[in-house]
Design a protein around this ligand. Structure first.
Ligand SMILES: CC(C)(COP(=O)(O)OP(=O)(O)OC[C@H]1O[C@@H](n2cnc3c(N)ncnc32)[C@H](O)[C@@H]1OP(=O)(O)O)[C@@H](O)C(=O)NCCC(=O)NCCS
Length: 177
């Protein structure tokens, strides 16, 4: 597995490949997102997020042809952003005070179905989380038992709010301690 950090321009240039990976991962049974969700991801979400402070995106590439097989990204989260404000509305005040604002927001992790179960997701996670300047990181993930929450727990994340909103748990990780 080859891992590579893409800057903003390279991320946007790779939008077609990132869309394919997103559609594979989140279109799979049990996730069932429709193709329009993958379109929105590359035309709306990703361009907006590449503009954020601390944006970092990592891709995995297949050695044979350099095709992108997975990606993970995040940025510096802060109040005034939709996700941080939504977390602040739903989480207990003491969690919000300690964790929300200036954190690294772990936004997305996706691996194409044909290469899942080989450590690609774990490698992407580690590459994304390496050398971050932030003191804390936050993410939301599924509340049920499936690969993503298992991976985060293996990687030392803790559950801060078991059900932040329906089907979503808030996870946190202290960094640089
Ligand atoms: C979550 C996701 C990114 C994990 O990607 P992945 O590349 O399959 O992750 P890994 O291979 O590192 O780990 C997955 C499983 O394979 C196992 N595994 C890893 N390498 C292995 C190997 N060489 N041999 C056997 N098993 C292996 C891991 O132990 C893990 O097992 P578990 O699910 O029982 O805990 C992927 O399932 C995905 O894209 N899911 C849909 C999108 C999603 O949920 N994104 C996260 C949103 S919060």
């Amino acid at each position: 597995m080859n891992l590579e950090v893409l800057d903003q321009a390279a991320t946007l240039a790779a939008a077609g490949e990132l869309r394919r990976v997103y559609a594979s991962a989140f279109g799979a049974p049990g996730y069932d997102e429709d193709p329009a969700a993958a379109d929105r991801f590359v035309t709306e979400q990703l361009p907006r997020h590449t503009e954020r402070d601390g944006f970092k995106l990592v891709v995995s590439r297949r050695a044979a042809d350099n095709a992108i097989t997975g990606f993970a990204y995040g940025y510096t989260g802060d109040r005034g952003q939709w996700w941080s404000d939504r977390v602040a509305e739903h989480a207990p005040p003491e969690i919000v005070a300690e964790w929300v604002g200036g954190h690294f927001e772990f936004v997305e992790l996706a691996v194409a179905t044909e290469v899942q179960g080989q450590g690609v997701g774990a490698g992407l996670h580690d590459a994304l989380m390496t050398d971050l300047p932030h003191a804390r990181a936050l993410l939301t993930t599924y509340t049920d038992d499936r690969p993503a929450p298992r991976l985060y727990l293996r990687k030392g994340w803790q559950i801060l709010v078991p059900e932040l909103w329906p089907d979503s748990a808030l996870y946190g990780k202290r960094l640089n301690e």
